[in-house]
Write a protein that binds this ligand. Structure first.
Ligand SMILES: [Zn+2]
Length: 130
């Protein structure tokens, strides 16, 4: 269960249209357009919806897929994963465990040491540089 519960109206008031589309409507930003696609500054990536710490820059890598990619979340309970069968594909959706916001998807083609790729929308993230 997520800890933060807000109405649709509250989310709309707090988030930019792009953030709302990704986090609350499970939208996907166009590839190679996101703010953090090619950012490799060191710091922590927080949820754009609730501020929870989701990923750290140490696990970010250039996957070439057009979205920020990480091989692991900041901690095991930072994100929730759910099966997503929309668009005729079987994928695993990644959500912020704190507010339930949609972040992106996880794919089994990541690098060592985890072998998974968290493909995350920039609009769902906020980087706090160190
Ligand atoms: Zn969140």
């Amino acid at each position: 269960m997520t800890k933060i519960k807000k109405t649709d109206q509250e989310w709309r008031a707090e988030l930019s249209p792009e953030q709302y589309n990704v986090l609350r409507e499970k939208g996907t930003e166009r590839p190679f357009t996101g703010e953090y696609d090619h950012v490799f500054e060191s710091g922590t990536y927080h949820c754009a919806g609730c501020g929870a710490e989701l990923f750290v820059s140490d696990t970010k890598y250039d996957s070439g897929c057009g979205w920020p990619a990480f091989y692991a979340p900041a901690s095991e309970d930072a994100v929730d994963e759910e099966s997503d069968v929309t668009f005729g594909m079987i994928r695993t959706e990644v959500l912020c465990s704190n507010c339930g916001g949609h972040l992106g998807h996880v794919f089994p083609d990541g690098p060592y040491p985890t072998g998974v790729r968290y493909c995350i929308n920039s609009a769902a993230l906020k980087l706090e540089e160190e």
